[in-house]
Ligand binder design. Sequence first.
Ligand code: SAM
Ligand code: SF4
Length: 330
Amino acid sequence: MSTGMQDGFGRQIDYLRMSVTDRCDFRCVYCMAKNMTFLPRQQVLTLEELQRLAALFVGLGVRKIRLTGGEPLIRPGIVGLCRGIAALPGLRELVMTSNGSQLGRLARPLAEAGVKRMNISLDSLDGQKFRAITRNGDLDQVLDGIEAARGAGFERIKLNCVVMKGRNFDEVPALVQYAIEQGIDISFIEEMPLGEVGRSRGESFCSSDEVRALIASRYRLLDSTENSGGPARYVRLERHPETRIGFISPNSHNFCGSCNRVRMTVEGRLLLCLGQDDALDLRGLLRRYPLDDQPLIKAVQQALRRKPLRHDFSPEGEVQIVRFMNMSGG
Ligand code: SAM
Ligand code: SF4
């Protein structure tokens, strides 16, 4: 493997999460405030700039790229961008995280363009609760999107669920049952204190240990050492081997020691850590050197040496980072 992407602690960075838009058709209560302002167009990287950066990172040793946002599927031209990135020599897999609202029409074109795996957010199976959490979302449209994704030929589909007390904790068993019926994976995520969303996060905070205990009261769980290259810890269900259950626990189980990733915002800021503010402005360099990648490569390698050892999220859920998750590329 290329050593072009090693950080100051010897961690090999081979996973890039790229945000392709900060905009979204939903306003999930843990991700955004009710009223949001989005970036003006000239501050957003063009499709050509996104493609150029993806190629540069793959050249440096990135093997997995996840496109995310905001909602990646509302970015015009997203299928062509996927096709271009998936074709980069050296990339092992292109994957995506989506809220599912546009998958009814886009699942098949995306799979044909080379997207290998799809993560789809699903926080509730109750239409009203779903609407309350997403503020704008239509549950039936997302369920149709999941159905379309299952028929489209992705290698794997995983649901992502942010668990909150008083909102959807009681739905965890139903969500597990739904994943079993669909033959897909599901990960439960602890809410992270990113951005001021207009409510206290500590009150609804729910640890992965509580979620696991609730599932274990209904299903026999088998620990697993499986790893999908991200921060989730997995268990299997004794009677349902098709479905893996993941726990993403940024607050209660720090996973920074094995961090292999960096994020890029759609403004071209390379975030060295989701839970810290330090970033490198790649957009300025991209536009200053339209034909020469060397200054960008040098700047990326220098920035990686500053990648922090760990984030400092606490279970109390105090906001430490003013950036919203839709800006970070979740
Ligand atoms: N719009 C897409 C979606 O919702 O899947 C992709 C972007 S979204 C920011 C990526 C993931 O981040 C989603 O699974 C979402 O549930 C999660 N997320 C957003 N805000 C979060 C927060 N404050 N804490 C934990 N997870 C969060
Ligand atoms: Fe949109 Fe995803 Fe954030 Fe929800 S979590 S508001 S779907 S970007």
